[in-house]
Design a protein around this ligand. Structure first.
Ligand SMILES: [Zn+2]
Length: 202
């Protein structure tokens, strides 16, 4: 599992480079990388374990954040606005966003990132409310790959777009704005209640 100290931080040039497409079958190194990223998210979900290993909680992690500039990322987003609190946990290879809703949204508390350690509170990043994507899903248990077309809406769609941007060398910090200075029309994903803080990072 990658530890917090192995996470590539903002300011490192490789984080701003476009990542390479992966050729299947996965090499042993690629397999090990995607599994370790997946494990990072499993551990980070567990308060006790994340303390033990000293890792920052995250809902997504992309290969360039662990020094591998290849098109893969893992996400573990629980749709907290959904009644069933559905979990969207995937290890994703060569994703391609092939469609999006016109409607745009943003997390009113702003985004966070394992690679960004400075405070970006008060600034938000507009994202498509919904996306359609083609990707290869890596099954952590069987190590098999499968082609899928997926549609995501709301929070999981935001997490996906944040990770997808990493593969193109884009950090959310390069597209964050004050709410009243947004360059596009976007509505907040939810209303912020006082005393509530979301401390998870992507
Ligand atoms: Zn990030």
């Amino acid at each position: 599992m990658y530890l917090e100290c192995n996470i590539v931080k903002e300011g490192t040039p490789s984080l701003n480079e476009k990542c390479e497409k992966i050729k299947l079958p996965l090499s042993d190194d690629e397999k090990s990388c995607i599994k370790q990223m997946y494990e990072y998210l499993i551990v980070s979900e567990n308060e006790e374990l994340s303390k033990k290993y000293g890792i920052r909680p995250g809902v997504g992690i992309a290969a360039p954040q662990v020094g591998v500039n290849k098109r893969m990322f893992c996400m573990n987003a629980t749709d907290f606005l959904d009644e069933k609190k559905k979990k969207y946990m995937y290890a994703i290879i060569n994703p391609q966003i092939i469609g999006n809703t016109e409607e745009m949204t943003y997390l009113p508390d702003g985004e966070g990132c394992l690679s960004v350690t400075r405070d970006t509170e008060g600034l938000v990043t507009p994202r498509y409310y919904g996306i359609k994507a083609k990707a290869i899903i890596f099954d952590y248990k069987t190590e098999k790959c499968k082609n899928v077309t997926m549609e995501l809406y709301g929070y999981p769609a935001i997490v996906f777009q944040h990770e997808y941007d990493h593969l193109d060398g884009i950090l959310y910090t390069s597209k964050m704005y004050k709410v009243d200075e947004l360059p596009v029309k976007a509505i907040p994903l939810y209303t912020v209640e006082e005393d509530e803080e979301n401390e998870e990072d992507e």
